[in-house]
Ligand binder design. Structure first.
Ligand code: NAD
Length: 359
């Protein structure tokens, strides 16, 4: 076994159907007096329900979070926090709601209690992001990592099947890249393999019956594992490509992860044998066809499998390859512009990866 460094981050996790009912008790554990509930517009009703459960400790609901945390939304939320004398942020929703709470925490050091309703996994990471003048700045700071996370699978039942699948593929991507990370370690690899298994096995069940609470619980459990992987070890080519495609061409976050993942795995397969074995075990797939199996999973569940389908323009592929290779970063297989252009061409067309043939 290789030497390794493992650093765990504090997390208090309350998991299970109906655990939303514990939100008030959990705020008391944090010593909070005045909470602001932060969410996206479409989840305003859920946020009101949370406010009702919190009762006197709730000072307001702020249903103005939007994707990628534009700096203007941070300013508005900060004004609200300061004028109300808030001492805790309750983020209800996906990565967008949690992202806004993190941006506020970065300025104020306020604790966050997160109640995730998608599978993006932001609640388990110290990563924040803020978009200004069309550019998304990201950074890591433990101050923004939620102190408490309530995972209640009942809250994800309303997540449409298509969004459940793409969000789930986003969580699988965290696990996949954790397995071949520069600072991969046996503990995080356990989380990653189990995360892939839990999510990949539950997504078909969720599509068949979005109300299946067992499947929703498995997916949320996998989300927690994937978020922990993302928050603990470094990512590689897949996350870099998604950052470039989302940031520069405004492609949707979860769908971009869904489309790119099989191609990133294909690209890295020959340089990450242990990771490929673990993914194969988790997917119950053939080691020589892991990239194709991830592609098949998405295809069989009816979500996009090509960049063309999610709004990428063919004329932008050259520039995207250049942007994704401009600055050096870790990847198990060395990166060069020509090979990444080739990868993007396959991803654009949505051709099924053939792992045996090199990309
Ligand atoms: P999202 O939070 O934007 O949610 C997508 C849509 O689904 C929103 O309109 C939301 O209101 C709605 N929604 C959420 N939960 C629902 C539910 N249960 N039922 C019905 N509708 C629901 O999407 P996301 O994929 O969760 O998050 C994406 C954002 O999070 C991106 O900006 C991404 O960069 C960020 N992110 C950050 C990290 C991190 O560690 N900082 C990790 C993952 C994602």
């Amino acid at each position: 076994m290789k030497n390794f460094l493992y650093e765990s981050q504090p997390a208090r996790v309350i998991f299970g159907a109906g655990s939303l009912a514990k939100v008030s008790d959990e705020l008391q554990v944090l010593g909070a007096q005045k909470a602001l509930v932060i969410t996206t517009t479409d989840l305003a009703n859920l946020a009101q329900e949370v406010a009702g459960l919190i009762g006197d400790l709730c000072a307001g609901v702020h249903a103005e979070a939007v994707q990628h945390v534009p700096i203007e939304t941070v300013g508005k939320a900060l004004d609200r926090v300061r004028s109300l004398g808030i001492d805790v942020l309750v983020a209800v929703g996906g990565g967008s709601a949690i992202g806004l709470a993190k941006a506020v925490a970065l300025e104020t050091s306020l604790p966050i209690l997160a109640i995730p309703t998608t599978y993006a996994g932001s609640e388990m990471t110290p990563v924040w992001g803020i978009t200004e003048n069309g550019l998304k700045k990201t950074g890591k700071n433990l101050i923004v990592k939620p102190k408490t996370v309530i995972y209640d699978p009942k809250l994800s039942v309303s997540l449409p099947a298509r969004l459940s699948v793409t969000s789930g593929m986003n969580a699988i991507a965290h696990c996949v890249e954790g397995l071949y990370s520069e600072n991969a370690n046996p503990i995080i690899s356990l989380f990653a393999e189990e995360g892939i298994r839990a999510i990949a096995s539950s997504l078909p069940q969720i599509c068949a019956n979005p109300n299946d609470l067992n499947a929703r619980s498995e997916a949320l459990y996998g989300t927690w594992l994937g978020g922990t992987v993302l928050g603990t070890v470094g990512m590689a080519l897949h996350h870099k490509l998604c950052h470039v495609l989302g940031g520069s061409y405004n492609l949707p976050h979860a769908e971009t992860h869904t489309v790119v993942l099989p191609y990133a795995v294909w690209y890295n397969a020959g340089h990450a044998p242990e990771a490929i074995k673990a993914i194969a075990r988790a997917l119950k797939a053939d080691e020589s066809d892991v990239a194709g199996s991830l592609f098949d999973l998405s295809k069989s569940l009816g979500v996009p499998t090509s960049l063309a389908e999610i709004g990428m323009k063919e004329k932008d592929l050259d520039q995207a390859a250049e942007l994704a290779t401009k600055n050096p970063y870790y990847n198990p297989r060395p990166i060069d512009e020509k090979s990444i252009r080739h990868l993007l061409e396959y991803a654009f067309a949505g051709k099924r990866p053939v792992q045996a043939a090199s990309l």
